[in-house]
Design a protein around this ligand. Sequence first.
Ligand code: PGA
Ligand code: MG
Length: 221
Amino acid sequence: MGFNVKAVMFDLDGTLVNTAPEIAYAANQMLDALNLPNKSQAQIARYIGEGAQMLVKRCVANGALAEPDDVLLNEAQALFFEYYAQNVTSSQPYHGALETLDQLKRTGFKLACVTNKPEKFTLPLLSATGLIDFFEMVVSGDTLPKKKPDPMQLHHICKKLEVLETESMLVGDSDTDVVAAHAAGCYIVTVPYGYNQGKAIDESMVDATIDDLPDLLNLLT
Ligand SMILES: O=C(O)COP(=O)(O)O
Ligand SMILES: [Mg+2]
């Protein structure tokens, strides 16, 4: 494919780790506590991708509660944070995630994780799954003033890793990742199994698609 890449940045939820089961469990605990109807895991998975705040808002906003007020939203978010903190480290990496990161690191690529997940969940999850040691940098949804689809996190990583955006690649699972990578000027490669609000990725918008993470080694090594 001829990618001239020195750094590879990985999205977390839906790309490296299958977080939907634990997120859905915590979201339904929150809905129970608020006496609101539960939602299926598939439905909640469609709300993943734009940070925890947005996920909570979408879970709470249904039917008569289409416009949840700030008091309810604050309470819902506090509950979700409390419940998700209890099971965030139970999520499992996708097939071949560790092996792929290991191989890329040994080959000499600089690796980073860039997620919209808040830091207080990102770091324990990366530690528990054994992924954290592969990354030179981790940038979470609340590390900087802006998050994906804004390119700020990607620019920040490129600067710190001393690579050009044009020699960096983002591997992600959603339109949010695609838009951020385009805005930053990085290559974008997507996996098909993650959370893209229930839609398929528009393949005409990406540099390549891979079936799973080990497929990346065919593109890059
Ligand atoms: O927290 C989210 O909403 C999504 O996180 P991600 O950017 O790792 O997919
Ligand atoms: Mg994702």
